[in-house]
Design a protein around this ligand. Sequence first.
Ligand code: HEM
Length: 471
Amino acid sequence: MTAHGDQTRTENRGLVEMGSGHWLDALLGRTPRRPAALAAPPAGSALEPVPGDRGLPFIGMGVHTVRYGPAFLLALMRRHGPVSWWRAFGRKVVAVSGPEAVQVVLANRDKAFASGWPAVIGPWFDGGLLAMNAPGHLADRRLVQAAYGEEALDGYLRTMAEDVEERLDRWPVGRRFRLVDAARELSGQITTRAFLGVPHEGVGRKVVDAAEECIRAETALARVRVPGTLWHRAHRARTWLVRYLHQALPDARARAGEDFLSVLSRVDGFTDRQVALHALFTVIASHDTTTAATLASVYFLGKHPAWQERARAESAGVAPRDAAGVDRLTTLDLVVRESIRLVSPSPVLMRVAVKDTDVLGHHIPAGQLVSVCTGVNQLMPELWSRPDRFDPGRFDEDRAEDRGHRLAWAPFGWGAHKCIGMRLGMLKVKATVDALLRRYEWSYPESYEAPWRFTSLPAPADGLPTVLRRI
Ligand code: HEM
């Protein structure tokens, strides 16, 4: 099955090309690029400097980054090659795109790269796996892995399913509502009940609000603790979250529950503070990523009724809905994979060079921030047939376009930090969309293209107005 009608010629252009229809696009199109080399390679080396664009003073190409996301980085790669740099809001960033270059950085054979996330999103997730480096990272990851066994996943899924069924029954029918807000609220409820074992109302909501406060601080330009600023609010939120999780541990351990905090609290080898910090990062890592993946899947199913019907027919025949049952939703699996190929919840992975190094013969100086653009790989015509097209069948066994290169499809990352919650994340997204399919149908006009924005994680700027019809 492929996409149909005129949509095939124009669909998703905004995801693969920088826009041209809006006055802001016209303005951004005229921004002077001011090409320049990043840093001179050591004398006598055969290395090349990294080519790139300075853009406007201070802002650089920062607005392009937020407005066009991977499409901007794809254009940067076309202009300068797989290793290039650009400036965004005062910061110089090296972009590494294309499967070979991405593999060099993520494989990290000469240990030249460390996690670059703390430099970008701030200190809010310190102590979580993604902010850690070798050797402590691997030791902690092995311990955390105990909370992702099949038995534990079935437990989380049971609680998630209750929340999904209860919430979706209350979504408005026959009138337009903002799907972005509803999906975020649902994910928040799942986060508090399945991950922390507390009711969503009251303290659960406070946990999610505090976590979102920390995520929002990524966009803060003024990184100072002045009351009223995003940075200050994130500081307060993190302090409260760590204290809350710390205090919640004795109860979580004693109740021997099915929630993530309770399971993790019973893992031998961690101090209470370590458990609290890993749980804090897990809340952050799971909440927005799965919301973005759910939104993308619902959006594309609304644009492609044939796929929606096929997925619904499959949903009707699957029971029970434990992890093995959700695994049997194979059409939905193709749909979610294709949706997060086109709209990758985390399209860049941040790293920092801890010593002078090189990528494909380009000199990267110590201290340089590097953006590993897996989201660009997922849109490259060299790796995918008609990459702008929503075409879940490309993941079928007989086509297997994702196997063209091990880094063609990497929405969950690759290497030492590859998403530890990949299976859980897929289960959560599939369980949510499956419950939606069993209750409602929905569609978006052919003329509508969701205005994806990439401020923090991708979301449609208009809230994705949606009308559900009961089936
Ligand atoms: C569709 C949903 C999800 C997507 C697209 C996603 C994506 C990613 C990506 C790209 C990374 C690697 C980042 C890097 O290398 O810089 C990552 C790491 C991570 N993810 Fe996910 N994630 C999802 C869901 C989840 C869920 C549900 C959980 C936990 C319950 C989770 C927990 C983590 C953790 C703990 C890490 C850090 C692993 C490490 O550093 O060793 N993720 N995720």
